[in-house]
Design a binder for this molecule. Structure first.
Ligand code: GCO
Ligand code: MG
Length: 458
């Protein structure tokens, strides 16, 4: 990252204040980031003085990297003061938009945007039935936007509102995959050479629709992509994965932190065997050994294996993670932050986990918007029990649509030092990347079948 002098002015009714922010100078050369002196900042006057009101709430659907993203924009009565939040549930993007525009917007207009907790609680119970992915994402879009507004209004980055940095940068993991051990090895090497210390390794299983690795699925039938049944069988997968890690350790050694995502799609007993088989390769974590419906197996798995366990991207309801955390049954929480309602609940989850030595590893693939990645990073910076952050490269189009994407350098994410979440949205440009429903992404997920034709978890 080239050195940047951010000269950011916060023009405001109470007179403009300026602070000159030097991007952390100790850019990484593969070492741990140096602790910087706190960024000198003139005391930021509270921008504006009159009572602040929400004047509009709108949902922007856009797909600059061909994955449907959902972002909420909350506008306030102070000219130029607005916030952005991620509400991305890519399989049901239009439903989230309806939940925001038709139900939350009428309730929020006229409210005080700084009453973040109170608004979160009201929105959360206003549907009576709650704790689901659609309403959780809708609430998250508003919630993150309110934190963004609070940061802008007070002139500090959101991580400062959460208690300030306990690290200078956020260690991330990169996805690697391939159709053979050698291809996976090359893909992991590429990530290491680009500076990553943590790499997730996935391998395609010949002839099957494997998660996380483009599979050569043998003869591809001619039916349309979203009508084609994707065939999945677990046995070959549970045999090949330990051999892949044996290969990776033999050629790459022990230093690189290797991760793997089982993605909930094998019978629990096979997941338990797999965790045992992987022990010699000392994974950083194995993710989603079970589906959310099978979390009851964690007690048995924990007693059986020393492979570190990560779970949570599919969680919506606190009762899905409370026992896993308080029982010390997992090592990393993998929640998709917008799924549970945004930053307000996520910071509570992080605090809960701290008391049980569970580390955070917030979900962060292609179907988390750059705004969501920014929120992840701000919370990561302020969380003592941070574990690792799933990261991805932002396409040029995404960086154009979302100015201020978190910087990714030497395997570390850096939050923008601007006030708020530090990211913006070019709505005009976003319109140039409309979301498409073909192939309906969820059809792919709703089409994974065992060889006998039975649907299996994706
Ligand atoms: C991960 C996840 C994703 C999900 C995707 C679903 O670990 O990043 O498993 O790859 O499959 O987010 O839409
Ligand atoms: Mg996953």
């Amino acid at each position: 990252m080239h050195r940047r002098d951010w000269l950011i002015s916060g023009g405001a009714a109470a007179g403009a204040w300026r602070f000159h922010v030097q991007a952390p100078s100790a850019r990484l050369t593969g070492q741990e980031p140096q602790r910087e002196a706190p960024i000198p900042r003139t005391p930021a006057a509270l921008r504006g003085t009159g009572p602040l009101k929400i004047t509009d709430v709108k949902t922007i659907l856009t797909a600059p990297a061909k994955i449907r993203l959902v972002v909420v924009k909350v506008t306030t009565s102070e000219p130029g003061l607005y916030g952005l939040g991620c509400a991305t549930f890519t399989q049901r993007a239009r439903v989230v938009k309806t939940a925001v525009d038709e139900f939350l917007r009428p309730f929020l207009i006229g409210k005080d945007p700084l009453a973040i907790e109170d608004l979160w609680q009201s929105c959360f119970v206003s549907s009576y039935w709650r704790n689901g992915p659609v309403l959780g994402n809708a609430l998250s879009g508003v919630d993150m936007a309110l934190w963004d507004i609070l940061g802008k209004r007070t002139g500090v980055p959101v991580y400062q509102l959460l208690g300030g940095k306990c690290r200078q940068a956020v260690d991330t993991y990169r996805h690697a995959s391939g159709g053979s051990f050698k291809e996976v090895e090359d893909s992991v090497r590429k990530a290491i050479e680009a500076g990553w210390r943590h790499v997730r390794a996935q391998i395609a299983v010949e002839g099957l629709a494997t998660y996380g690795a483009a599979a050569n699925r043998g003869a591809v039938d001619a039916t349309a992509e979203n009508a084609r049944a994707e065939i999945w069988e677990p046995r070959k997968y549970t045999r090949i994965v330990p051999r892949m890690f044996e290969h990776l350790r033999s050629v790459l050694g022990d230093d690189v932190e290797l991760l793997h995502d089982t993605h909930e799609r094998i019978p629990p007993i096979l997941a338990m065997q797999l965790c045992r088989d992987l022990e010699p390769y000392k994974l950083f974590f194995l993710e989603d050994p079970f589906s959310p419906e099978d979390v009851g197996y964690f007690e048995k798995l924990r007693a059986l294996t020393s492979t570190p366990l990560a779970m949570g991207e599919l969680f919506n309801n606190p009762n899905e993670w409370l026992n896993l955390v308080s029982g010390r049954l997992i090592d990393f929480i993998r929640i998709h932050m917008s799924q549970i309602g945004g930053l307000t609940p996520a910071r509570k989850v992080a605090a809960l986990c701290e008391f049980f030595a569970v580390r955070t590893a917030w979900h962060g693939p292609g179907d988390v918007s750059p705004v969501g990645h920014a929120a992840n990073v701000h919370l990561d910076l302020a969380t003592p029990n941070f574990g690792v952050q799933e990261a991805r490269l932002f396409s040029q189009e995404e960086q154009d649509v979302f100015p201020g994407c978190p910087e990714l350098k030497d395997g570390y994410y850096y939050a923008s030092e601007r006030a708020g979440l530090g990211i913006d949205l070019d709505e005009k440009l976003a319109e140039r990347f409309p979301i498409t429903d073909d192939p309906p992404f969820d059809m792919r997920w709703g089409n994974l079948r065992r060889r006998d034709g039975a649907i299996t978890k994706p």
